[in-house]
Design a protein. Sequence first.
Length: 384
Amino acid sequence: MKHDQDFIKRQNRLTVFEMIKSHSPISRAMIAKQTGMSPTTVGRIVAELTEQGYILESEQVSEGLGRKSTLLGMVDASVITIGVELDRHEISVGVVDLQGNLVHSERHDRALEEAPAVTVQRIADELNGMLNRNIVARKQVVGIGVGLPGIVNNDNGVVVFSVQLGWKNVQLGESLEKLTGLKVNVDNELKVKALAEQLKGSAIGSSRTALLGFGNGVGSALIVEGEIYRGEMNSAGEIGHTTVDPNGTLCECGKAGCLQSYITIPSLLQEANQIAPIQTVEELFAARDAGERWAIHLIDRALTYMAITVNNVVCMYNPDSVIFSGELADKFPGLYEEVKERCMSRFVWEPLQDSFRFVRSELNVAGVMIGSGLLAQTQFFKLD
């Protein structure tokens, strides 16, 4: 019973905090009215948050006959979180404020064979570097969020399996907490990116958002009524390993015909190199633009599978918004229109064609850092 009461208290606190963050300036009475909480409960939570320096009271305004009501707002600089994106070749570390703004970020190369312990130490070193250069004050930092590709146990911060990083059962959260002394939240990168897009990007106001990521891997994420849909193992959305051709190309996971074998940057480069010495995906697209038939075929096939993926996700989840994102979308903005044209002309099931918005990612390379930072803030205000 006590556990249930504690949970409700934490949820109420988070609800009030989010209400003030999203609708400030706002009065206590309006919060009570919109949330259904009692004025006493709202007053107690507001008093706690004010005492801890997270919110402030501003001018009084009239609410009806002679009654004055104090408005509440956030102290933006009171809480800062560190948002981290780990990718195959990069470590990105950003400072995220209460409004979900990325106020500072740094990117660093990462070797594919870099050991987990080395990567974790580098993240800690980057954070210490920011503190030493006074980019952020230690007392403001309340937590770290890390987004990375793969299956993550978000309850205990363990990277269960990441093909892209080559990691298996890595205690990332615990290791980083020991090095930094801060609470660490670890999650799948597309899940936190989808959360950021719904709160700060291209899916504001959406109640059912599907985000697709096409780059070094292929994945998706679903946000329903503001909550990340996780599935049993937090692996919901791992569409890269859905089978599209049982007799097809062997995937690095060991199965034949996985979707990602036809779309990801590494698989495209691997196939291209059977014909020409291609080092980067930019060279591959340059070959297509130069009229090389093999390059035209490779990219055309990838775009077809992207459009098929949109249709499959729309049929499965019936979202109101589908976000096109990932390294390929960021590097080649023209792909969005090419995939959209294929979707509407050939692949999206006709009854559902007008049921969703197909939009670009607005946050692009900042999305995972912002989403990770926001996740750490949410956890902080639930637990503190």
